[in-house]
Design a protein around this ligand. Structure first.
Ligand code: PLP
Length: 460
């Protein structure tokens, strides 16, 4: 298994990026559970035939569709070690918890948070953003609200229109409701319009609402835009709002001297959500919530249960336990792959991966500027390029662009995705995988242009 997987990763570039799962293989997944066990070798054959070739494709250098990391062989091996240890990181006194705390400290130091900071590894930024909303809610409503709930509080939160969908979802799950999220328009650089933010807060206060949370986006998922985090921190301080940063991938810009000015002000946040499984290339899943003051996290999540009580001595020592810092009790050793990666690659090489993705995006943007049949639909502040094919009648452009994206995906040549920019369907190429190079961006353009020629000639 190990040899096959290492070979698979080595040869990834020569395989299709993605291919659809054939219907007969898909049907195999509907077979009932066997009563008698099968040989592991036979099941492994099934894996090789019906799972390995039909995965998402994000290990491939020409996967650009969504903000997905590429993973590393080192991460894969660390996952194996973690599986062997089978540690439960909910609590108790053992070294794996120290490794997680060390990863949290490394991250919070790299992002400029103070000594009081804490945090927790979670599935992804969706969960990390949710945890931030819960901490902000408790801070706004007081400790009793953990028993009494929202009462008649009318909380409101603020983020730009570029905010990730998981943020309104988090408000929904927190019982506050997604309508409580005021989506503030963005300026020409796609960063939050700060005057509009001030006005929205004032209007809500005048209408009897209680503003409690403002979320700055560091690297928007659609185009990679950054809000002015220092300006938002100033407003949050004046308005007494919890300042949270969703830096799912963009927070890692802090590791690059060239990109770090974009996250200036992030160190003033009360909480930061980000992912190790995107730009930091950790295998899925590995999200992280960092909190400026760990006391806020404990106050939000710790709850005494007799059988879980920490003691000074023995295996029940080592409080506070990770279970006191978030919703999960049993938790795996997600930290180990990060503990390896941060030491082996170091902050410099992880920062260099971010720079390289931005350089590939810049190369693609320059190529698009030279191709008369293509046009950029948004600025390219980071690693994401939004563009479209334009050499066709205006009323057919959305459909044509959707077609050529699907054609290129199904041919296994590259995996861009689509989004909507200014009311137009855009082709979106997000460079996150450390394996992606300028030649991959060129291959994307070549494939799209060929698909467009084929589609246009077919239509005639
Ligand atoms: C990916 C992303 C999320 C969601 O993170 P998951 O790890 O997929 O849960 C949230 N915000 C932004 C800006 C993202 O790019």
């Amino acid at each position: 298994m190990l040899d096959d997987m290492v070979d698979h990763l080595r040869d990834r570039r020569n395989q299709p990026v993605w291919q659809p799962l054939p219907p007969d293989l898909r049907d195999n997944f509907r077979q009932p559970l066997a009563v008698e066990g099968a040989a592991a070798e036979d099941v492994y054959d099934r894996f090789r035939q019906s799972i390995l070739p039909y995965s998402t494709g994000n290990t491939h250098p020409r996967f650009m569709g969504w903000v997905h990391g590429g993973g590393t062989p080192l991460g894969m091996l660390a996952e194996m070690l973690a599986g062997g240890l089978n540690a439960n990181l909910g609590g108790r006194d053992h070294a794996p918890i120290e490794a997680e705390r060390q990863v949290i400290r490394w991250a919070s130091t790299a992002f400029g948070l103070p000594e009081t900071a804490g945090g927790l590894l979670v599935t992804g930024s969706s969960m990390a953003n949710f945890i931030a909303v819960l901490m902000a809610r408790r801070t706004a409503l007081g400790q009793d609200s953990r028993r009494t709930g929202l009462g008649d509080a009318r909380l409101t939160a603020y983020a730009s229109t570029g905010v990730h969908r998981c943020v309104p979802d988090a408000l929904d799950m927190a019982g506050i409701g997604s309508d409580a999220l005021r989506q503030i328009p963005v300026g020409p650089d796609f960063g939050m319009d700060l005057d509009a933010l001030r006005h929205a807060i004032a209007a809500d206060r005048a209408a009897g609402f209680t503003p409690f949370l403002v979320i700055g986006t560091a690297g928007s998922v659609d185009i990679g835009a950054f809000d002015d985090l220092n300006a938002i921190a100033d407003i949050a301080a004046i308005e007494n709002l919890w300042f949270h940063v969703d830096g799912a991938f963009g927070a890692l810009a802090a590791l690059s001297p060239q990109l770090s000015p974009k996250v200036a002000g992030m160190e003033r946040a009360r909480s930061i959500a980000f992912d190790f499984h995107k730009w930091a290339q950790a295998p899925y899943d590995a999200g992280c919530i960092l909190v400026r003051d760990q006391a806020d996290q404990i106050a939000t999540f710790a709850s005494p249960a007799a059988y879980l009580t920490a003691t000074d001595r023995g295996l029940s020592g080592n409080a506070p336990w990770p279970a006191d810092l978030g919703p999960d009790l049993s938790r795996g050793f997600r930290a180990l792959k990060l503990w390896f990666a941060l030491q082996v690659f170091g902050a410099d090489r992880l920062g260099a991966v971010a720079e390289q993705s931005c350089a590939v995006a810049g190369h693609l943007a320059a190529r698009i500027a030279r191709e008369p049949a293509l046009e950029l639909l948004a600025p390219v502040p980071l690693n994401i390029v939004c563009f479209r094919y334009r050499a066709a009648p205006a009323d057919s452009l959305d459909a044509l662009n959707a077609t050529i994206v699907a054609d290129v995906q199904e041919a296994g040549l590259a995996a861009p995705s689509t989004t909507t920019i200014g009311g137009h369907l855009a082709i979106r190429a997000a460079f996150v995988n450390h394996r992606s190079r300028a030649e991959d961006a060129d291959a994307l353009v070549d494939a799209l242009l060929a698909a467009a020629r084929a589609a246009v000639s077919q239509a005639v």
